[in-house]
Design a protein around this ligand. Structure first.
Ligand code: ATP
Ligand code: MG
Length: 154
């Protein structure tokens, strides 16, 4: 079913208002709206897990940038944060089920370690790709490219 990406991002952000103001995190979502054809629940979960991480692993007074871009045959979703970053040694493993970066910092910030495994599962269902760049103490950027679902002609 077709969904408007701006509305979907806003929907996700509504559930994080308390966290955002508690830590004075500023959201930047200044992109041109577009329609993507897919499963609303899956795309909502994908955005929710990525944006949730970008907020949870941020610092006080930090920033989160969400961008959605039309690439013709695909949509590119970028979630970038100015948070704590992910050590290089862990970067290849964070998409595994239950994998969490060092117990100390993860304990302070609850979670099960499933969020990104679910993201990976959804992206592979859409035959998309995930690109991660992160620097410790600087922040993390996750880019996802989802091919536009083929539209059946009747
Ligand atoms: P859940 O999402 O199930 O509540 P979680 O956030 O720990 O728990 P994932 O979302 O799968 O699990 O993330 C795995 C680990 O990767 C996290 O524990 C965290 O250490 C690290 N991580 C994920 N996103 C970020 C990010 N934006 N910045 C820094 N570290 C991150
Ligand atoms: Mg998570």
């Amino acid at each position: 079913m077709p969904m408007k990406m701006k509305g979907l991002v806003d929907e996700v952000l509504e559930s994080y208002q308390v966290e955002l103001s508690k830590h004075d995190i500023t959201m930047h979502t200044d992109f041109t709206d577009l329609t993507y054809i897919g499963n609303h629940q899956q795309i909502y979960t994908l955005l929710n897990n990525l944006i949730g991480n970008a907020i949870k692993y941020n610092i006080d007074h930090g920033h989160v940038f969400v961008n959605v871009e039309d690439q013709g045959q695909a949509m590119k979703v970028t979630v970038k944060d100015t948070g704590i970053g992910i050590p290089l040694a862990d970067q290849s493993r964070i998409f595994e089920r239950f994998y969490r970066v060092d117990k100390g910092r993860s304990k302070q910030r609850g979670g099960t370690g499933l969020g990104l495994a679910i993201v990976k599962h959804i992206v592979s269902h859409y035959k998309g790709v995930i690109h991660l760049t992160s620097e410790l103490g600087q922040g993390t950027t996750i880019e996802i490219i989802l091919p536009q679902q083929s539209i059946k002609e009747v």
